[in-house]
Write a protein that binds this ligand. Structure first.
Ligand SMILES: NC(=O)C1=CN([C@@H]2O[C@H](COP(=O)(O)OP(=O)(O)OC[C@H]3O[C@@H](n4cnc5c(N)ncnc54)[C@H](OP(=O)(O)O)[C@@H]3O)[C@@H](O)[C@H]2O)C=CC1
Ligand SMILES: CC(=O)[C@](C)(O)C(=O)O
Ligand SMILES: [Mg+2]
Ligand SMILES: [Mg+2]
Length: 493
């Protein structure tokens, strides 16, 4: 097998990268009917598997789980996830032959082996569904020609796919039909029905391609969503401790701060997040985020370039072949950081204090969201897709950090995302060393406004407000959030 994307002529590469049609809500009036009464069998019951299955069942669909034999015999967590939630569980041989839709929610590293094991058992004309296009695009997996291959990819960690559904909302989702596997022309109807089943239609759906989903998803997760939130959290905590801030306070500010700060981002974009600062703090946050953009831009571009060329995928697959040596090493190193090892202090931090005492994270988030958006769009990803993959998903990742720090984020996201997160973090920390030397407690740990008179230069503030509001991510964001009428504010710490 070879990287499917690299076999395409440039014209077709650009064409598939650019597939991105925002789907109007009236395209989902048929609800789940295309899958009603069909047997949906999910392979794997982990972060996406369990949470998508819970939503699908609550949407009235017939869902069961097929697990590898050792998971059933060993009563592994996946078996517990499925049985404790009263789902039917069976082996591949028991459940796949009668399945109408087989949903592959196993780790990307396992996809080739899993698909080779389940494909011979799939009945004529069945459907294979992915939530990430890595196996098809980066590995070039060939699927039996009578099978329909579709993708329904939530732009969100598994845990929040369920949390937003339960709130009566959903998460932005990309759907796609693999052009070489749609023999009966039913792929799109089934992808739409599945998307309604997960609740994605309540947040926003893009008719995309396997190529566009992979090349944007890998970029978002490696940079702003996981990589930079990890780097920013660790550097912020270490700086506060270095400057004598109480470690328990510092731990709580970092663990919950990114959720509070990015909740404003989710509701009203970078504009609303920056508006939560005083005028003086906003000007400072803008200035240092411009500096952060200049420092990190080459790294963001390298990640996007390596994703486009296939360099990232081959680097990660080398680690797969080495028993996940780097993944496990970087996971252990992350677990040993002072931030991860310091419990959040039993101290009250008011909602506004997270903004006033953590200006640095506001700057990190603006820099990372804008850089990721700009870099994806420059690479051919459409703005709608880049918005979901940079701005909207950041608060959803932040929810996992608030739950149980970076451990929880790296547990819930895919192994692919976790590997990419560490790859970025390893390179970004040294890149920011000189910048962090200049950072003092006014930017992280103490109230930025203390001892200041609050006065600003009007022209400077007007220009900065205009620069923030006029960024393309704010333009497209305002349009896409108009469709998010069911979005609910979350209760932050
Ligand atoms: N995590 C996320 O938030 C997101 C993930 N995705 C995509 O969803 C897919 C699933 O990812 P995710 O939910 O994170 O995966 P998890 O690692 O959370 O779960 C994987 C599941 O597959 C099972 N599994 C592991 N190895 C094998 C194997 N060799 N054969 C059969 N089953 C196996 C595991 O159970 P056991 O080991 O007990 O057998 C577990 O139930 C991936 O393609 C990922 O890219 C897409 C969007 C977001
Ligand atoms: C949660 C999500 O969208 C990620 C980061 O792409 C993943 O876990 O692969
Ligand atoms: Mg993703
Ligand atoms: Mg991913």
């Amino acid at each position: 097998m070879s990287n499917y994307f690299n076999t395409l002529p440039l014209r077709e590469q650009l064409n598939q990268l650019g597939v991105c049609d925002f789907m109007d809500s009236n395209e989902f009036l048929d609800g789940v009917s295309a899958l009603k009464g069909k047997k949906i069998v999910v392979v794997g019951c982990g972060a996406q598997g369990l949470n998508q299955g819970l939503n699908l069942r609550d949407s009235g669909l017939d869902v069961s789980y097929t697990l590898r034999k050792e998971a059933i015999e060993g009563k592994r967590d996946s078996w517990k996830n499925a049985t404790e939630n009263n789902f039917k569980v069976g082996t591949y041989e028991e459940l796949i032959p009668t399945a109408d839709v087989v949903v592959n929610l196993t780790p990307d590293k396992q996809h080739t082996a899993v698909v080779n094991a389940i494909m011979p058992l799939m009945k004529e004309g069945a459907t294979l569904l992915y939530s990430h296009g890595f196996n098809i695009v980066e590995e070039g997996m060939q699927i039996r020609k009578d099978l329909t291959v579709i993708m329904v990819a939530p732009k969100c960690p598994g845990s929040e796919v369920r949390a937003e559904y339960v709130r009566g909302f959903g998460v932005p989702t990309l759907i796609a039909v693999h052009p070489v596997n749609d023999p009966q022309g039913k792929g799109l109807a089934q992808a739409k029905a599945y998307c309604v089943g997960t609740g994605g239609h309540r947040a926003g759906v893009l008719k995309s391609s396997f190529v566009a989903e992979v090349k944007s998803d890998l970029m978002g997760e490696q940079t702003i969503l996981c990589g930079l939130l990890q780097t920013g959290s660790i550097l912020s905590f270490d700086k506060m401790v270095e400057k004598g801030i109480d470690a328990g306070y510092a731990s709580k500010l970092v663990q919950y701060g990114v959720e509070v700060i990015t909740e404003a981002l989710k509701q009203g974009g970078i504009t609303a997040m920056m508006d939560r600062l005083s005028n003086q703090a906003k000007i400072k946050a803008f200035e240092i985020s411009e500096e952060l953009k200049d420092i990190m831009r080459p790294l963001f571009q390298k990640h996007q370039d390596d994703i486009m060329s296939g360099e990232f995928s081959s680097t990660m697959m080398t680690d797969w072949a080495n028993g996940d040596k780097n993944l496990l090493k970087w996971r252990a190193e992350t677990g040993e950081t002072a931030f991860e090892k310091t419990p959040a202090g039993d101290v009250k931090i008011a909602e506004q204090e997270y903004f006033d005492n953590y200006t640095l994270m506001v700057a990190f988030v603006r820099a990372g969201v804008e850089l990721a958006f700009e870099t994806m769009v420059q690479a051919g990803i459409k703005p709608e897709s880049a918005y979901y993959e940079s701005l909207h998903e950041t608060p959803l990742i932040a929810n996992t950090i608030a739950r149980k720090k970076l451990f929880e984020m790296n547990r819930v996201i895919s192994d692919t995302a976790e590997y990419g997160c560490y790859l970025f973090d390893q390179a970004c920390k040294p890149l920011l060393a000189d910048f962090m030397k200049k950072v003092d407690t006014d930017l992280v740990g103490k109230n930025f406004n203390t001892g200041k008179d609050g006065g600003v230069d009007n022209r400077k503030l007007i220009d900065i407000n205009e620069a923030i509001r006029s960024h393309e991510v704010e333009q497209i964001g305002a349009t896409l959030r108009k469709a998010m009428t069911a979005m609910k504010a979350i209760k932050t710490a």
